[in-house]
Design a protein around this ligand. Structure first.
Ligand code: CA
Length: 236
């Protein structure tokens, strides 16, 4: 039986970039559709027929952040934000709104391909992991934190904390490997699933910072997620 091609939605108003992206991902065996403005992008994204969304930030009619927010309230489809700006704020906002990743233009097509592959793999692997999880081992306690890997929820003192997918997965990974220290590049590989390491370790730092803000009483003196200079992040 022929395997169904994975579908990628490219929301990008710059035709040149959109077409290069489409050409490149098609060459990798994906089927790609282009939306040239925000409204069209949102409508297509919400059709739920895509396996991944490449989302530009600056778009006519509706910006990428708004699209990200609206898509995420309905669907879990992986979203990679394509930002032209170097500003840290854009990345943080995108990740907060539920984007799975961001890339700053100009980026290498090799890097993009690697990240698309990783995100699609992680997304399609999820349901399998859910079924295989052993009910009895599904709850991890760390002091007053409770991580339920069955229902993907995190509670602190019994109160549920809302985390983005990346924040959750990072927390979960460190919790399952308590005491071990992981450098950013190792975390990118383990949590984000990047097999070729291309790049931006700040993705990890930004995600840790946001995660600490959610779970720590005092994020500048973290109790859960600690950092040892040169050795990496860990949970004691
Ligand atoms: Ca644009």
């Amino acid at each position: 039986m022929e395997q169904k091609k994975k579908r990628i939605l490219i929301v990008e108003d710059e035709t040149d970039i959109a077409e290069i992206l489409q050409y490149n991902v098609s060459k990798q065996g994906y089927e790609a559709e282009i939306a040239g403005d925000g409204e069209k992008g949102l409508a297509l994204a919400l059709s739920g027929t895509f396996d991944l969304i490449l989302l530009d930030v600056m778009l006519p009619k509706m910006d990428g952040f708004e699209i990200c927010r609206r898509v995420r309230s309905r669907l879990e489809t992986p979203i990679i934000m394509l930002t032209a700006r170097e500003e840290e704020n854009d990345k943080i906002l995108g990740l907060d709104l539920g984007a799975d990743d961001y890339m700053t233009k100009p980026f290498s097509l090799g890097e993009l391909t690697s990240r698309i592959r990783a995100n699609i793999r992680r997304f399609s692997g999820e349901t399998v992991v859910k079924q295989e999880d052993d009910k009895e081992n599904s709850i991890i306690h760390i002091e007053d934190l409770e991580i339920d890997t069955d229902s993907y929820t995190v509670k602190k003192n019994g109160k549920e904390i809302s985390l983005s997918k990346q924040q959750y997965e990072l927390l979960c990974f460190l919790a399952k490997n308590r005491g071990k220290k992981f450098r950013q590049d190792a975390l990118l590989e383990a949590v984000w699933g990047y097999d070729d390491y291309y790049g931006d370790v700040r993705t990890v730092d930004v995600t840790v910072a946001r995660l600490r803000k959610q779970i720590e009483e005092n994020p500048s003196e973290p109790k859960y997620i600690k950092n040892k200079r040169g050795m990496g992040y860990y949970i004691d």
